[in-house]
Design a protein around this ligand. Sequence first.
Ligand code: HEC
Length: 100
Amino acid sequence: MVGGLVSTARADTAPRGQAVAQANACMGCHAVDRKLVGPAFQQIAARYKGDVQAPAKLARKVKDGGSGVWGAIPMPAHPNMSDADIKAVVDWVLAGAPSK
Ligand code: HEC
């Protein structure tokens, strides 16, 4: 697991949301700057820019899954992720998925 990694001195250079995304296989379907199975994280950030409902809406989407916003392919549910991890990864995505 990445737990040891993020708790070292590098913690302030690698965003927690990025570590959460890597630990939960989000990167198997998403890339930061291009579409894979799901939309690029930067596309998501652009789409929800200025949307005050976005953090709550996307947290629910990560937890429960769903489809129809970007296409017919569904985003799988992640019922075992903690709310804190989901919040961290959603905040990171909405910030444009920065690498530090
Ligand atoms: C099996 C492939 C797959 C995995 C794994 C996956 N996603 Fe997705 N994701 C998708 C697809 C496909 C969509 C587009 C869904 C739609 O059109 O409504 C999506 C959409 C999203 C959206 C935008 C939702 C919206 O309603 O606009 C966010 C945010 C997101 N994913 C985050 C994550 C995070 C965080 C993880 C890891 C915890 C993750 N995804 C794992 C395929 C995946």
